[in-house]
Design a protein around this ligand. Sequence first.
Ligand code: ADP
Ligand code: MG
Length: 289
Amino acid sequence: MPGTETAGAGQLGPTGRPLPDFPEPPPLRGHGPARVIAMCNQKGGVGKTTSTINLGAALAEYGRKVLLVDFDPQGALSVGLGIRTHELETTIYNLLVERGHDIRDIVQRTRTENLDLVPANIDLSAAEVQLVGEVAREQILSRVLRPVLEDYDVILIDCQPSLGLLTVNALTAAHGVIIPLECEFFAMRGVALLIDTIDKITDRLNPGLHMDGILATMYDGRTLHSKEVVRSVVDHFGDQVFHTVISRTVKFPDATLAAEPITSYASTHGAAEAYRQLARELIARGGAA
Ligand code: ADP
Ligand code: MG
């Protein structure tokens, strides 16, 4: 089936390793404190935003309370959840650069239960320059998120495609980082620099930062090329690579147009199941409650 990369537990998965069984997570008895995860890759078009929406929605389906933070001035995450970003008066930008705002006034509900959003729009593009002169400029997002940590189980930050100050803020606020990688020839280009940045932040700003995993996206199981890319990523990064692989399917752009997560737009499609499996794998790894 297109868009599906299903193998039974124990069989070889698309990453060439035996696929473990990722059990359905038990319901949570209470909520919080949140584990904060940055979705990060300075390359654009690798599936950061798509993975933020759909991993978030899948975790929400499992009863986790999830907050998504749009941290890209393009606002694709917000648009992908049906927000008219140009009409917004207050966004993450205001939380970062002005005093006296409460994040709870800016959080928006989405149409998906348990899934909330802190939106962004093009205003955020000014923040990078404005924050440069601030005291503790790398810790601003961390401070902004603090009041809602107890309200959520997982907070996912959709980073912009750069390693600038906004991304440094995301990595400083995070407990974990997920790196989506597109399955194409140059996928690994730039990853060394990204890992170097993560190492520096771990060293200097956020000793608790953990590499939650590398996620292969836009996989096409019909091509040898996709398979080779995934195998080489696994050769390089070993167990850091998620067993779950996200296939290339037009259902993702379709779901974006419908402003819905794939888990509700095409609930039974293999692509929705893939993000559910990713949610279970992340929980099994301890990357989420
Ligand atoms: P990023 O946030 O890293 O820039 P996006 O998640 O916005 O990347 O994805 C870039 C484009 O590719 C979008 O148009 C999105 O709909 C599409 N896309 C993302 N994941 C897939 C996939 N698995 N299959 C097909 N298209 C995808
Ligand atoms: Mg994006």
